[in-house]
Structure formats: C-alpha cells, structure tokens
Design a protein around this ligand. Structure first.
Ligand code: SF4
Length: 461
C-alpha cells in the first residue's frame, strides 16, 4: 500500500539545535577553529558607547564565512540559506528563531567599520595563528603564485584608456573609481607599471584588461598566495593589478609581512619564471638570504650554435670572464680617472675580448662570426642569478617544483569548490575583501580536514 506523508499536528516540539548538527559536519569542525575573541577588541574603538545596539558584527563574519566556505556567492541567497538551513543557524548562533539580517547589512559593514579596522585581515591572521598552533606550518619552504580572477566589469561598457577622465568619474560618485584614484601611487596598483592598459572599465577602473594564455581578454584582478608547502596553509594573500610587476612586488610584501607578523622567514621560496628577474632574485638572495628555487629569466642563451654567455667562465677575483679559448674578457683594460665610467647602463656591465686575440682565434666562427671581437654582458645581481641557476641543478629544486604545484591546486579549489570565478565586489578594496575571505575559508577548511574532531577525541581517549 502506498504510504502518505502528513504533517504531524503537533504544536510543541522538544528540539535541540545543538544535537541536530552532526558531529562530522564541516561547519561544526570549522567552528572549533574560528577565533572571534580578538575581533570584538579590534572593533570596539569603532563603536559608540551610546545609542541602540548594532547588529552583532560576529554574526556578519560568521555569515560571510558560511558564504565563502560553502561557495554561496550571492548575499541575498546567503541570507535565505541561513534563514532556512539549521546547520547555518547553529553556526551563526541564531537558534531557531533568531532574525537573519538584511543583505544590505553586509555592504554597510564592509564599507564602514570592517574596512576601517582592517577586520578581515585580522580574522585571516587568526586562522594562520591557529594553523601554527596546530603544527600545520613548518616555515621551511614557501611557494608563491598569482591567479587571475575576472572582475565585475564588462567590455561593452568600457572605454579606451585615453578617453577615461578621473574628474568625470569622481563627480559621478563612483566608489570603485574613487578607490582607484586613491591607489594610483600604490605599487600593487597604479604605480606597478607606467604602461596604460588598452581599455578601462568605467564601473571598475582598477581592473586590468588582460588575458590568460589563449583565452579572450577580460577585466581582472590578481589574487596572490604565499603558502607554506608542508600542508598548503595560506600564510598571506594580497590583491593586485593583474600584471607581472605587481605580482612580483606582492610576493615581497607578503614575505616581509609574514616575517613581521609571525616571525617566520622561509629557508627557500619556490615560484615560476615570472618571479625570476634579476632584481627579485637579488632581493631574495642578497637582502633576505632566501634560497630561490625559481627559474631565472635569461635572454643570453643563443640558439644559432655560437657560444652563449654560459660558455664563458666568471673570474670573480679578477673581475673578468674567461672565454672557451682561455682568453680574458675585461670591462676596463686601464685605469680611468672618471669613477662613473661604465655605470650609465642600468647596472649592466660589458666585458670585451681584445680585437687582436679574436681575429686570430680558431673558434671565432662559433663565437663572434659577425663581430670583430666578442663581448658578453653581466646583469645586475648576476651573483644571485648564478646562485639561482646552481640551485636549479639540485635535487631539492625538483622537490620544490612538485611542492609549488600546491599553490595551483589552491587556486583550482578556489575557483571550482568555492566558486570564486568572478568577483562580486568592485574596486581594489572589494578585491582585497573577497580574496581575504576566500583565504580565510580555505585555511578553515584545511584545519577542519587535517585536524578533525573525531580523530582528536580518539587520541585523547
Ligand atoms: S673569438 Fe675571442 S672571445 Fe671568442 S673564443 Fe676566440 S678569443 Fe675567446
């Protein structure tokens, strides 16, 4: 006989929300690691002691955490989900009848007290501290990378960069444009490159018109991750313009901030070729004593069969190169009274062989067939570049290269599981908020996965 489901005509229930959420539910696991103690203290100076009590900022943060952990991108939908889902109500401490705030509350808090107090960064740093406490961070090797996230900007509503007018945007009261103008001197945004992009999005002028590999161009921001390679914990996150200079600058900002905040400087850093320019390698090796497991950007290798610069041996003691025929290539062959001689080439030095030697050399045809004598250049920070090249030949480099993939896996997780395929908020601050919240969610999910409650109970039993 077919059964029928009738709503029980019961008026009162004995219902315990605490017991209703299963022990292994992800939010129950995450709840153990969400440290909100410091949050109230950080916010206290931004609230008046008079007037009506505000909506609890902890409730807003807990709702935002649910949104990013569960990949709910719309704040309207998030409010509906929290209203209906019992596990979400439990996580937000709303009970069965607590009122869910209106979706507009998020925007008010974000643009107001949260941003003024830099609250999201504090919550993020609390998750890193918890990872340290749970022994998920070794501090031995870090990896850094950036990924493009499409901005909430449309090509059809963009204009040529030359037509964009700051005064018009300012008068229109566009918040994203105002933020863009405020970041013009910021190395992560306006000051990263003097090159003007082809198009500017009127709704979000800081978004970079760019493309990834073979895709069609679009407006995007870059999210930069610095991770510890032991358990893929995100040590720092930074939003930048989607250009290489800004991303390389962000890697240094994150390394310094991690050292300042947590006292951790890694022994080595793994990154891809984008981070292998002379200046960055010099900074890592000479100023921070970090081993760079980074491929060197090297344009000196020749492919026409003639000697490359790597065929010439550097003689540090005598400040000269030795060619494959054993001849010296020098920068100066006599003493000059002008101390600035040879310094006007941006730090790049030229070492020349003697014309008479090269003219009679048996290897001239495979060394300098078209020139009278051979010269090779020495780039600034060449010692650091040579050190990075030597590191690349080690076994540790191969291990670091595999560990570097962990950042890419985090970006894939960010886009596929957390649904961060397009930004919802505009402007540099919007990108910063979204990337911080996504990193908070990823670190909390990591803690829940690697330190589950049931295992801890077994250990303590
Ligand atoms: S051509 Fe000049 S620099 Fe080249 S191998 Fe011969 S002597 Fe050395």
């Amino acid at each position: 006989m077919m059964g029928t489901q009738d709503a029980p005509a019961q008026l009162f229930y004995d219902f315990d929300l605490e017991r209703h959420v299963p022990a292994g539910h992800m939010l129950r696991e995450i709840d153990r690691f969400l440290d909100m103690d410091g949050m109230r203290e950080a916010l206290r100076p931004f609230y008046s002691s008079l007037g009506r009590p505000s909506i609890d900022p902890e409730l807003i943060i807990r709702m935002l955490v649910i949104g990013y952990v569960m990949g709910i991108r719309s704040e309207r939908r998030l409010c509906d989900e929290v209203h209906l889902n019992l596990a979400y109500r439990w996580f937000c401490r709303l009970g069965l009848e607590g009122k869910v705030p209106d979706h507009s509350t998020f925007s008010r808090h974000r643009h107001g007290k949260f941003r003024d107090s830099d609250l999201l960064r504090k919550v993020f740093e609390a998750t890193v501290e918890r990872c340290l406490k749970e022994d998920l961070v070794s501090g031995e090797g870090f990896a850094v990378d950036a990924s493009l996230i499409p901005a909430d900007a449309n090509k059809t509503r963009s204009i040529a960069a030359s037509d964009w007018n700051a005064d018009v945007a300012r008068k229109a009261g566009n918040r994203a444009a105002q933020e863009y103008l405020e970041t013009l001197d910021n190395a992560a945004f306006g000051a990263a490159s003097p090159v003007q992009p082809k198009f500017v999005a009127k709704s979000d002028p800081a978004a970079q018109w760019t493309r990834a590999d073979e895709s069609r161009p679009y407006f995007a921001y870059a999210t930069n991750y610095l991770i510890d390679t032991k358990s893929s914990v995100i040590m720092d996150v930074e939003a930048t313009r989607a250009i290489r200079q800004a991303e390389v600058g962000a890697s240094r900002t994150m390394l310094d901030r991690t050292e300042k905040r947590f006292g951790i400087r890694p022994e080595w850093l793994a990154a891809d070729t984008a981070y292998g320019n002379a200046e960055n390698l010099g900074w890592l090796v000479e100023r921070r004593s970090i081993i760079p497991f980074i491929p060197v950007i090297d344009k000196s290798e020749r492919t026409d069969g003639t000697f490359s610069r790597s065929d010439f041996e550097w003689d540090e003691k005598n400040d000269q190169y030795i060619c494959p025929e054993g001849q010296a290539l020098k920068q100066f062959r006599r003493n000059y009274s002008d101390p600035n001689r040879g310094k006007a080439t941006g730090g790049r030095k030229k070492y020349r062989a003697l014309k008479a030697t090269c003219q009679t050399c048996p290897s001239k045809d495979i060394c300098c067939p078209k020139a009278e004598a051979r010269y090779v250049t020495r780039e600034p920070h060449e010692e650091a570049r040579e050190f990075a090249r030597a590191c690349r030949k080690t076994k540790a480099y191969k291990i670091s290269r595999d560990k570097r993939k962990k950042v890419e896996m985090l970006f894939a997780h960010l886009k596929r599981i957390l649904n961060l395929t397009r930004l919802r908020l505009r402007g540099p601050n919007g990108a910063k908020d979204e990337f911080l919240l996504a990193a908070i969610a990823q670190n909390l999910r990591k803690l829940a996965k690697l330190r589950p409650q049931c295992v801890q109970k077994e250990v303590s039993a």
